[in-house]
Design a protein. Structure first.
Length: 510
């Protein structure tokens, strides 16, 4: 059934334009001449316009949200349109902001990478970059599961080519590993969507009708569909046991892509868990029966990823395993299956997006100017690079819940959601889950500050800096840091529409 949401239609196709403008900038990038500044400027302008359109749409329809006036019905598939509501709003704006600032960061970084490779094309780079980032945005705005899948797959080939063309190490092997694993996850997702379609259809939101919420009995075939969707998204999310591809891909990708893959692409799987599973099946006993094992899986992921991060000597692999750990927090928000968990998942996605983009960007600065990724090559760098140290510290704060980082709110909400769920798990198992969560937060704080301490504190020791400048790299990271701090103080702009969304769908579960 569909539950009315009170979402209004826009008077102009702002949401479609927010996706099409970055794609258009990417398509024309190979035709632009120059040293890379022109395609970089086109990418930055397109994402600035996209962000403005999203903010206008959000402001005009806050707090319930809006749908684009351009949508159409395809027989057998459903309504293809775009929706920005309480759930997708935070994801969409974060994707636009990070895509904009990383596009600027890419210009000096890829200039260095092209020198290492002996050549390269900014036109090709920004074509792939824009297609990838536009696909990310389209995924979270989709109203239809097939549309969701198509946008998700749009991110795959451009990111694969970015790794193969501009990555590090055995980049062809790493690219294929990434392609195979993430495509398997997408195909499992698609198979689950096709199996459930005869009972639910493909629309998760239908203009004029509202949100899809399944209220009938869950059949064995539907149980299989739910599990396939869950496992497919868990592969994309790189939860423990399904994470093997992530440390290779995120560590060996060109650093601007790492700054997008690690917080944005895998985090979108958390959005999928909420939109495709919790919204639709949140009123069924079957989904709630999965809550306890999912909580265990989430907590294992938090601890396992954190312990593996501590063993790394390569700064990018350290950050990649940290991302595995951080995805455990997002999965925990879904597993709690209550309003606090949902709020915690979305806000932690935002905090992790800004924090991890800053940290990967800082690692890229070390690669460009110090030509080393080994953590043990550095010590006391704060004296030589005080702004980089300050930005790195802000990135660490976004992972550890230290204000003014909005992960303070997400960790509180996740703890509250887990505590509410622990009541139904019983004193023994519920208390154990809370203790492991606290241990996970402590571990996240420990490994983050250990990394900061090794690189920036202590007696000065580092490779010789090669070249001056780096202002555009640092100013891009400064933009990420300032935006993340703004979100800390404006968190209600995300939490209020998100709570309204949850109340609407939860009212249909009863």
């Amino acid at each position: 059934m569909y539950v009315a949401a009170g979402i209004q239609g826009l008077g102009a196709p702002l949401l479609w334009l927010s996706i099409l403008l970055p794609i258009a900038a990417g398509v024309i990038a190979p035709l632009l001449r120059g040293d890379g500044r022109t395609p970089a400027a086109a990418a930055a302008v397109s994402w600035t316009a996209s962000l403005a359109l999203l903010l206008i749409a959000a402001a005009s329809s806050w707090p319930r949200g809006c749908y684009d006036p351009l949508y159409g019905y395809i027989p057998g598939v459903g309504y293809m349109g775009l929706l920005m509501d309480g759930l997708s709003m935070g994801f969409a704006v974060t994707i636009a902001v990070v895509s904009l600032l990383v596009a600027l960061y890419s210009l000096p970084y890829m200039s260095h990478r092209f020198e290492e490779l002996g050549g390269g094309s900014f036109g090709t780079y920004y074509l792939l970059y824009q297609l990838f980032t536009a696909g990310l945005l389209g995924t979270v705005l989709s109203t239809n599961t097939i549309e969701f899948y198509l946008f998700l797959e749009l991110t795959l080939i451009p990111s694969f080519l970015l790794i193969v063309l501009y990555g590090y190490g055995d980049r062809m092997r790493v690219g294929l590993l990434y392609l195979v694993w993430t495509h398997i996850g997408a195909e499992l997702l698609l198979l689950g969507l096709l199996i459930q379609a005869p009972l639910t259809g493909f629309d998760v939101y239908r203009p004029g009708a509202g949100y899809l919420v399944y209220g009938a009995a869950v059949t064995p075939m539907l149980e299989a569909a739910i599990l396939l969707i869950l496992v497919g998204l868990a592969v994309k999310m790189a939860l423990s046991g399904l994470h093997f591809w992530l440390p290779h891909a995120h560590a060996e990708a060109p650093t601007p892509l790492s700054a997008l893959l690690s917080p944005l692409l895998i985090g979108i799987a958390g959005y999928g868990l909420l939109r495709l599973l919790l919204q639709v099946y949140g009123g069924t006993g079957y989904l709630h029966a999965l809550s306890a094992p999912l909580i265990a899986w989430s907590l294992i992921t938090i601890i396992y990823g954190g312990l593996l991060a501590l063993r790394q000597v390569d700064v990018k692999r350290f950050l990649a395993y940290s991302s595995v750990s951080q995805m455990g927090y997002l999965a925990l928000g879904f597993a709690a299956m209550n309003t606090w968990g949902v709020d915690g998942l979305v806000i932690h996605f935002i905090a992790h997006a800004y924090g991890k983009a800053i940290l990967f960007g800082a690692a890229g600065f070390l690669i460009v100017y110090y030509h080393s990724r080994r953590i043990t090559d550095y010590s006391g760098l704060a004296l030589r690079e005080p702004l980089l140290a300050a930005l790195f510290l802000i990135g660490v704060m976004h992972l550890t819940g230290i204000p003014p980082a909005c992960s303070l709110w997400s960790e509180y909400l996740l703890a509250r959601g887990l505590a509410a769920k622990a009541v139904s798990m019983g004193a023994g198992w519920g208390g154990l889950a809370l203790l492991v969560f606290v241990a996970g937060v402590a571990l996240s704080t420990a490994y983050s500050f250990i990394l900061f301490n090794k690189i920036f504190m202590g007696a000065p020791r580092s490779p010789t800096r090669r070249g001056g400048g780096g202002r555009l790299l640092l100013y891009s990271l400064l933009g990420l840091a300032l935006t993340g701090i703004i979100v800390f103080f404006a968190v209600n702009a995300v939490a209020t529409p998100l709570s309204i969304y949850y109340r609407v769908i939860a009212s249909a579960w009863r």
